[in-house]
Design a protein around this ligand. Structure first.
Ligand code: HEM
Length: 680
């Protein structure tokens, strides 16, 4: 049975707060599946290419087999350290963090052989064949690498036809909404909350500065295989039976770097909720939680578009698509016809560029910038124990800002290509490159050549036509492996492209990723800098949000004392290491614009906006929308006129362009900007 999604009611639609599941973000016709909800299908940039037109993985153009993914990986991928001159390891880590997006199906025998056909009757397996003479796996006698097909999604159009996927991993909403921190369904979201003072649950350590030592609470009930903890801190071993942390998304446990980068957001949420309570003692838990969540999501979106994307896709591309954040005022970019859902090409290929950046070791670097030690990735997949040792989280954070990042290329660490998710004592794991290539075929992604055309490059007729963006030594190998230029897999060709000027990635991945982030902006009615919406901030609030940087979040939520203002960029003359106390260099958001005037008539109900039944307002002569003010009063709100000189009055007009004496500027429900008499 396909899930039935409730239609959106008026109240939720007009709430200043986005829902946990993403429902009500888009306007959608009754009966249609709303866009961007958890466990709904990816959308596609190009129609799929399945061997049978429905679900069979893609085959070569001549109907034959495509080259074995592991052979491609062996031939094309090397483990070489190619550090970036300009960027830090954090670019990699943040990518994994924003990536907007079951039980394991056994597809191989315990001994690494293929299961009998009969045992594969569930049809979910397309295990990856390992060549007999594989230079690595042969010594372990492995011929079969686990690979379960992604689950088919219920099609949102309710029609029969080719299969669309709902990823095994992507249980989140499609939006950039920190669902990894807050959860994507109401039950999980509830489990993560304390229901007191708007706070999220933490594993609190006593005796330290408040929040600075809080960690994600341990989770003993997770479906990922987290190793038993041997936490060094004795007080911890009492509580932690299992080293998994409980968050909105289990993937946070994948490595200590990932845990460290998310923990600061957890602490930031609780810090913001606490400050909001000081400013607005009359707010209850729900209001504090929702407001803090709204601010946190805005901060994350700002960091993504202001700090991360310009490095990844380049400023020119951002400029071309109008993706660079505004310096002042509101954006008007929301377009209800834009589907924000994640593109299949993005999830199954392009955004996996990050796997090329993953370092083989994760470092612990202290405040004096001295490396204390490093840990090998293969020993730390899903083992977050290291982050529980006091002081280590700060050391991982400093390492993320200090160790040069890798480049996007065909150099991948062996930790990912031979030892991915290695179990203790086995000596081998899986190969991410093989998985990614196989995943693209599983999802029926057309070959690289089709995406070249989509992205404005010429459609290749001959392998030599790839030379415009791919180095000759790789093109030669493609030619030796693939029968036709149309057969080349998107993932492997994408990471092989030379980066576009000013970007980290080549033109094809750049085009797919840029399109995705355009959709995530234009298709999100709650995007942080959007004006005129129920979820809009006031201009003053927005100015504060724009001060956010990842460095400030780290400074405020860890013991890190010195950092460069641009966390994603290596330390340099223009980006020198400064004290966290230096608010000129690393500005801090001020929450004062969230202070609400206290007057019973104006209070916002706990659950957001409380609308009255009718609003019949006589004699309106200006084009300000009629609105119902909380408490049931009928009035008029001018929506963000330039300079925020809007005016609300019970019976007057809305045409006043400057703030008259005796009035002050404030914000109303839903973040609409206006002015009110001082006496309020
Ligand atoms: C320690 C680091 C990482 C590990 C161990 C890891 C591992 C994995 C694995 C095993 C998969 C599923 C492969 C499959 O069966 O199809 C996956 C998917 C993916 N990874 Fe990573 N990854 C890491 C870092 C990253 C980074 C840095 C990025 C991006 C910058 C990234 C982006 C993605 C995306 C977009 C997917 C597809 C998700 C989906 O289908 O919903 N990963 N990763």
């Amino acid at each position: 049975m396909c899930p039935i999604h409730p239609d959106c009611d008026h109240k939720t639609f007009n709430s200043p707060f986005r829902t946990i599941t993403g429902i009500c973000n888009n306007i959608h016709p009754p009966g249609h599946v709303p866009w961007g909800l958890p466990k709904t299908q990816y959308q596609r940039a190009l129609a799929p290419n399945y061997a049978d037109g429905v679900w069979m993985p893609r085959r070569a153009k001549n109907g034959g087999q495509l080259p074995l993914p592991r052979l491609l990986s062996l031939l094309l991928i090397r483990d070489l350290d190619v550090p970036s001159d300009t960027d830090t390891t954090f670019v990699m880590q943040y990518g994994q963090f924003v990536d907007p997006n079951g039980s394991a199906v056994p597809c191989c025998t315990e001994d690494g052989e293929f299961l009998e056909e009969n045992d594969l009757s569930h049809g979910k397996c397309i295990p990856i064949e390992i060549p007999k003479d594989d230079p690595f796996y042969a010594k372990f006698r492995q011929r079969c690498m686990q690979f379960a097909r992604s689950a088919p999604a219920c099609r949102t159009d309710g029609r029969l036809g080719h299969v669309e996927q709902v990823s095994r991993m992507n249980q989140n909403t499609h939006f950039l909404d920190l669902s990894g921190l807050y959860g994507s369904d109401d039950q999980v979201a509830g489990e993560l909350r304390t229901f007191e003072k708007g706070a999220l649950k933490v594993f609190a350590r006593k005796g330290y500065h408040q929040h600075d030592m809080d960690l994600h609470p341990p989770d003993n009930d997770t479906d990922v295989d987290c190793a038993l903890s041997k936490a060094i801190d004795l007080t911890l071993t009492i509580f932690i039976f299992d080293a998994c942390t409980n968050t909105g998304d289990n993937r946070v446990n994948v490595s200590p770097y990932m845990v460290a980068s998310q923990t600061v957001f957890l602490r930031e949420h609780n810090g913001v909720a606490e400050l909001l309570m000081e400013l607005n003692p009359h707010w209850g838990d729900e209001r504090l939680y929702q407001e803090a969540r709204r601010i946190l999501i805005a901060q994350m979106q700002h960091i993504t578009y202001n700090e991360f994307l310009p490095i990844l896709i380049g400023r020119d591309k951002m400029q071309e698509l109008g993706l660079l954040p505004l310096q002042h005022g509101f954006s008007r970019d929301y377009d209800e016809t834009v589907n924000p859902s994640v593109l299949n090409e993005f999830a199954a290929a392009a955004f996996r560029f990050g796997h090329s950046l993953v370092p083989g070791k994760q470092d612990l670097i202290n405040q004096r910038r001295v490396k204390e030690r490093d840990i090998l990735l293969r020993q730390h997949f899903f083992k977050t124990t290291e982050t529980y040792t006091p002081g280590n989280l700060d050391k991982f954070l400093i390492a993320l800002a200090t160790v040069p990042g890798q480049r996007v290329d065909t150099y991948f660490t062996e930790e990912m290509t031979n030892h991915l998710f290695e179990e203790e004592g086995k000596g081998f794991g899986m190969d991410i490159v093989s998985l990614n290539i196989q995943r693209g075929r599983d999802h029926g992604l057309p070959g690289y050549n089709s995406y070249r055309e989509l992205c404005g490059l010429s459609r290749a007729r001959d392998f030599r036509d790839f030379l415009d963006v791919i180095p000759p030594r790789i093109v030669e190998k493609f030619e030796s492996m693939y029968n036709s230029v149309d057969d080349v897999d998107l993932f492997i060709a994408g990471v092989s492209e030379r980066p576009t000027k000013g970007a980290m990635i080549g033109p094809t991945f750049q085009c797919i990723i840029a399109d995705q982030f355009l959709r995530l902006k234009r298709g999100d009615r709650y995007f942080y800098d959007l004006g005129g919406q129920s979820g809009s901030f006031t201009e003053e609030q927005l100015d504060e949000i724009r001060k956010t940087s990842y460095s400030r979040i780290v400074c405020d939520n860890s013991f890190v004392q010195f950092i460069q203002p641009l966390f994603f960029k290596a330390e340099s003359e223009l980006n020198p290491i400064v004290s966290c106390e230096s608010f000129d260099s690393i500005p801090r958001m001020n929450l004062y614009p969230w202070k609400e005037i206290e007057n019973s008539d104006w209070q916002i109900a706990e659950d957001g906006v409380k609308w009255a039944q009718n609003c019949d307002f006589e004699g309106h002569d200006i084009d300000a929308p009629l609105n119902l003010i909380d408490g049931g009063q009928c009035g008029r709100i001018c929506i963000d006129t330039p300079g925020c000189n809007a005016f609300w009055s019970k019976g007057g007009s809305c045409s006043i362009k400057s703030i008259p004496e005796g009035f002050r500027r404030t914000h109303f429900i839903g973040g609409v900007c206006g002015i009110i008499p001082w006496k309020f």
